[in-house]
Unconditional design. Structure first.
Lengths: 478, 670
């Protein structure tokens, strides 16, 4: 037996991030407490350089690697760059937050980098093995991050919940994978697809396997009824970790869905589309309706995430290239808006004061008109008000769904979005029309201000010129 | 040339922006300088364009400057069509606008909204240029609405006066009615021609000459008739034709310079311009032309009558404008488009002159507008007197003056027409001549001749709709001797008097009987009423001499004579007539009841309907059941479902298992 070394070039960004994560870990050990910022900047530099590296080494066409376990393609590259940038923004936003809460430690950044690596592996996975490898790397990093504030009981509680439920979901996913392996005799997604297509008739074990896979994915995405962890984790984790949990992993989950369902079990499309349709409809309904009763803003955003996940799934329900592209656009812009919203919550809080409830935002306009305006833009966009990017994202998804004849589903989604607009606008109302209880002006560091401005500007610009990003998504899918 | 056209349009916009946004910073004189320079550039460039196209004979320019978007093959663009019609319009618009800008320095001298005013009139000039230079329906509509907005802003310029606010609201609402028709017309064009570009539409129009459409099932209408009438409804709003004329007299609440610029010389003629531009469409429907003709004749005759009983100097001129717009519309109706445009041009000069003259009188009288308190002003305001006399002679069509050529051509064209309604139209325009002469010279005699009545009314001054202005105007000595206005006022009067006298005779040959409008205005052979005139026309001078022997001249002289007799010699006749024909007088005084009708039916009716909809529809059904009802349901639902999220780990795991089981069951069962 001869050992054929795998072609490492396609995985260069992964290798770089892995190396840097280890380096950061080592460097951080030798840094004095006062120089901790170096770790932050080193991590951000790693992410930005990884983005450049991904751009520079982007192949023309799909390149397989590691004997078919790994794949490098345009969709993966776009999503990876989305992951780097959102994670870099999340790290920068949370600097002062962590410092004020004695959480400003090197491990935080190392875990974040390993989470990024996990997502990259998920995004580039071409077999069930790499899927699971990436998923576990991401999940374990996130469990640790959620429990990062050990002193806080709520933190540990939510981490515990996340861990147990995550284990359950992983178990279901694994079970699904084993069924697939049993039925087709392969772990490679492309071979699985070929084997299913070659079989002709659909056996029950294949469909059961698909159902278990869907459950695993739905848990990662946070679709109803596998969403229960989401509000508790969002609320319990430190806000900066919530921002990480809420943003980039959704891109990885989107990629995972693409890899497993669209590339892997594509011949069973008719079956999983129906399952996803149910999940999408439930998510949109539950997310928008339950959000109304929330007083905690982090829980509110959790339910908002659930309803957005419903929209992302809608694109898969359409089952066309347009639908997938619209979903991808939706996922990317969702991350953009989520990072912005949580970034704002972080910037609004100060030492010892955390923004927990919607009422904590009272009179934000008097305290910092600029932050209030940014929040206004983000909330309006999330609600899907025209000329902001959130509107176009919803529009594109619905267009794809309607094109496939699911008019009723589209109308249902629109009506619930209208209901959902209520709670976003309530945030705006509280910021602008209620009196602040504590009217000290907020001061925000210059770099965070610039980042926030860029974030808000991107939401507005993409709303007016969505075609560029949309074209990119379409090209990446095709 | 494109650069020239663009600068021509944008120069006033630039001035408007500077004066409007930075007016406070740059101060009063800088504001008038920047806007005047902007409009002056436009005027000089339009002279250059005039030379380029008319004297050097360059072909018409038609090109797109900017494509906004393409929707389903329909291009939404900004483009210029510059041909002889456009050239004439831009020259007139920029010239009158420049005169009005200069005049405003004197008229608005003491007004606190000085910069705002200059910004508005420059913005108006920009909008009007966009309208006339357009090469497509969309830009036409933009200009149409933009001039409407500026007109609205200017009528309500003195926004602290309730009457001004009422007037601008009225203008706005009435114009909405017209614009609704106009927009439907444009929509019809788009629906049948699938293009908004003039050239494409005019090219394809003959194909639709006999096309039919069904709006009410079973009733067939000609496509061209419906389209043209809808477009003309737009013109009726903007050009104040009966029954959408009601806003124009009230628009006199605005400052006099804009009455001259917008409500006499330019904006109100936009409808006339538009119909002339659309001549290839209108020529395809005799029914639409008849409609135009009848509406025009009603306006020409009945609005003239109203001029006779007005006592406010500006309102007399306003009703005269209505009546003259009626004449232009009549000319459109008989397919004498070039005569309509010709009258539009001469009217722009002499009506702007009359308005500015009236404004000069108002300044001289310390913002008194009631003619009963004037008289004998000739010796105090010689320049205003003489220029107003020239303007009045032009208006009544005294042979040799500009108005004579244009009005006489219209009358002759109506005489030659045979389409339905032309008999009534001929009667209307002929009687209109007498009426015009009568009210014009009634005003002239009351203001400039006879005994001086203002001394007796000293104490009555500061009341009425000018109360606003007396407070801050600098003359201080109310009721003092009238005085001639400053040079910024009189120079525009003189400059406008020149074309009012000569331009008709100079241009009638090429415009009406030459090839000036060759390829721009299309007239079907069976409608060609001017052709008949051309054979009798030899020279402008000859026409003037021949004019001395015709019926209109004698009617005009009779009008002047009776005005002189009644108001100068035997003022008691006026009183006696009024008493004797009290019902007629009341009818005229109430303006045939249009305003009362609108107020009672539309205004009050809308309020009642609105209240009913609010109470039962909005508060009851929508707020009560739909909005609050569904909000309550959702809120309740949210409250219930929220308890599912109990916080217990085993509940969550259970939910996941249930979800999985649900999926599996569904797979097996289906």
């Amino acid at each position: 037996m001869t050992f054929v070394p795998p072609d490492l070039m396609p995985a260069l960004p992964e290798i770089f991030v892995a190396t840097m994560a280890c380096l950061v870990l080592v460097i951080d050990v030798y840094l004095p407490e006062a120089r901790r910022t170096t770790t932050l900047w080193l991590s951000i530099a790693t992410l930005l350089f990884a983005a450049l590296l991904t751009l520079a080494t982007a192949p023309e066409a799909r390149v397989p690697g590691f004997h078919g376990h790994f794949v490098r393609d345009a969709m993966g590259d776009v999503l990876k760059i989305g992951v780097y940038l959102s994670m870099a923004a999340a790290l920068l936003y949370s600097r002062d937050y962590l410092r004020n809460r004695t959480l400003f430690k090197g491990e935080y950044y190392v875990l974040a980098l390993f989470a990024v690596l996990g997502m990259m592996v998920m995004i580039s996975a071409a077999s069930f093995l790499t899927v699971y490898l990436g998923l576990e790397l991401l999940s374990l990093s996130l469990y640790a991050l959620v429990a990062f504030d050990r002193e806080d009981g709520r933190c540990s509680e939510s981490a515990m919940k996340y861990f147990v439920l995550g284990a359950l979901a992983s178990g279901m996913l694994l079970y699904g994978i084993s069924m697939m392996y049993g039925a087709t005799g392969s772990l490679n997604l492309a071979s699985v697809a070929q084997a299913i297509a070659g079989k002709g008739d659909k056996t029950l074990v294949l469909i059961f396997g698909t159902a278990f896979l869907v459950v695993g994915l739905a848990f990662k995405l946070g679709a109803v009824p596998f969403h229960m962890w989401l509000p508790d984790v969002y609320q319990g984790a430190p806000t900066s970790v919530t921002m990480i949990v809420a943003s980039a992993p959704k891109l990885a989950a989107f990629a995972l869905t693409m890899r497993i369902l669209v590339e892997g079990v594509a011949p069973l499309g008719a079956d999983w589309q129906q399952m996803l349709m149910v999940l999408a409809a439930l998510s949109i309904a539950a997310g928008n309706v339950i959000a109304i009763a929330q007083t905690n803003i982090k829980r509110l955003l959790a339910y908002s995430t659930i309803s957005h996940v419903g929209f992302i799934l809608l694109g898969f329900v359409a089952g066309t290239a347009e639908g997938y592209a619209a979903s991808m656009f939706y996922a990317l812009t969702y991350v953009l808006m989520t990072v912005g919203s949580f970034g704002l919550l972080i910037l609004c809080g100060r030492a010892g004061v955390e923004i927990e409830n919607i009422s904590d935002l009272k009179g934000l306009n008097d305290r910092s008109p600029w932050l209030a305006f940014m929040m206004l833009v983000l909330m309006m966009s999330t609600a899907g008000i025209p000329f902001l990017v959130g509107f176009y994202a919803k529009f594109a998804v619905l267009q794809a769904v309607v094109a496939q004849g699911f008019v009723g589903l589209a109308i249902f989604a629109v009506i619930l979005s209208v209901i959902g607009a209520f709670y976003y606008l309530r945030v705006v109302k509280v910021m602008y029309f209620d009196k602040a209880e504590d009217d000290t002006t907020l001061s925000v560091s210059a770099d965070a201000q610039v980042l926030m401005g860029a974030n808000g500007l991107a939401v507005m610009l993409l709303g007016v010129y969505p075609s560029g990003l949309m074209a990119l998504c379409s090209a990446a899918i095709h | 040339m494109q650069t020239v056209y663009l600068s021509l349009v944008l120069a006033p916009l630039f001035g408007a922006i500077i004066a409007g946004l930075f007016g406070r910073q740059i101060g009063r004189s800088a504001a008038h300088w920047v806007t005047i320079i902007g409009v002056a550039i436009s005027f000089l460039l339009s002279l250059a364009v005039f030379k380029h196209h008319v004297i050097d004979g360059a072909p018409a320019y038609n090109a797109t400057v900017y494509t906004w978007m393409v929707i389903d093959g329909i291009r939404l663009e900004v483009g210029f069509l510059v041909d002889s019609l456009t050239v004439m319009m831009i020259t007139v618009v920029t010239f009158v606008s420049l005169m009005v800008h200069i005049y405003t320095i004197g008229y608005m001298h003491d007004d606190p909204g000085y910069q705002r005013f200059f910004s508005y009139i420059s913005l108006f000039t920009f909008s009007m240029l966009m309208l006339v230079m357009s090469n497509n329906f969309l830009q036409l509509f933009f200009g149409w609405e933009a001039v409407g907005v500026v007109s609205y802003l200017l009528i309500g310029f003195w926004f602290k006066r309730p009457t001004a606010i009422y007037a601008n609201m009225k203008a706005f609402l009435v114009n909405r009615v017209g614009d609704f028709g106009f927009l439907l017309g444009i929509a019809a064009v788009l629906m049948y021609f699938n293009s908004l570009d003039y050239q494409d539409v005019f090219h394809a129009a003959p194909l639709f000459a006999n096309a039919k459409m069904q709006i009410i099932p079973g009733v067939e209408w000609s496509v061209m008739t419906v389209t043209c009438i809808l477009l003309f409804i737009g013109a009726m709003g903007k050009s104040a034709q009966v029954p959408l004329h009601v806003w124009l007299p009230d628009s006199m609440e605005g400052p006099t310079p804009i009455s001259a610029l917008i409500h006499a010389a330019t904006m109100v003629t936009a409808g006339i311009f538009m119909v002339s531009r659309m001549s290839p469409l209108f020529e395809l429907s005799t029914t639409a032309l008849s409609f135009v003709l009848v509406i025009g004749s009603i306006t020409a005759l009945f609005m003239g009558f109203l001029g006779i009983i007005q006592n406010d100097i500006k309102r007399v001129v306003a009703y005269s404008t209505l009546s003259q717009l009626g004449y232009m519309t009549v000319a459109l109706g008989v397919s004498a488009y070039s005569a309509a445009v010709f009258h539009l041009m001469t009217h722009a000069f002499f009506k702007a002159l009359l308005f500015l003259g009236a404004g000069s009188v108002i300044i001289g009288m310390h913002h008194e507008q009631d003619m009963r308190k004037m008289g004998g002003l000739r010796k105090y305001m010689p320049i205003t007197w003489f220029t107003s006399l020239l303007g009045s002679l032009a208006l009544i069509g005294f042979p040799g003056f500009s108005g004579f050529y244009s009005k006489d051509s219209i009358i002759e064209a109506v005489h030659a027409s045979h389409i339905p309604g032309s008999g009534f139209a001929y009667f209307a325009v002929i009687v209109g001549v007498f009426v015009t002469a009568f009210y014009s010279f009634r005003m002239y005699f009351l203001v400039f001749h006879g005994e001086e009545r203002f001394h007796h009314h000293d104490d009555a001054h500061g009341h009425g709709h000018d109360a606003h202005h007396d407070d801050d105007h600098g003359h201080g000595h109310h009721g003092g001797t009238p005085h001639e206005s400053p040079w910024v006022v009189t120079v525009p009067l003189i400059l406008l008097a020149i074309p009012s006298v000569i331009i008709g005779g100079k241009t009638i040959a090429p415009m009406l009987f030459g090839d000036f409008f060759q390829g721009v205005i299309h007239v079907a052979p069976e409608h060609d009423t001017l052709h008949h005139l051309a054979s009798e026309f030899h020279s402008a001078l000859g026409m003037a001499f021949h004019g001395l022997l015709t019926l209109p001249f004698w009617l005009a002289m009779a009008g002047v004579g009776s005005a002189y007799y009644i108001y100068m010699k035997r003022p008691d006749i006026a009183e006696k007539t009024r008493a004797k024909f009290a019902p007629v007088y009341r009818l005229l005084d109430r303006k045939y009841g249009f305003d009362d009708f609108n107020q009672a039916v539309f205004a009050d009716g809308s309020v009642v309907a609105g209240k009913a909809l609010w109470k039962y529809g909005d508060a009851g059904l929508i707020d009560g059941v739909v909005v609050n009802g569904s909000a309550k349901t959702i809120g309740w639902l949210a409250g219930v479902v929220r308890h599912v999220q109990s916080g217990y780990l085993y509940h969550y795991a259970f939910a996941m298992i249930i979800g999985l089981l649900g999926l599996l069951t569904w797979i097996v069962v289906r």
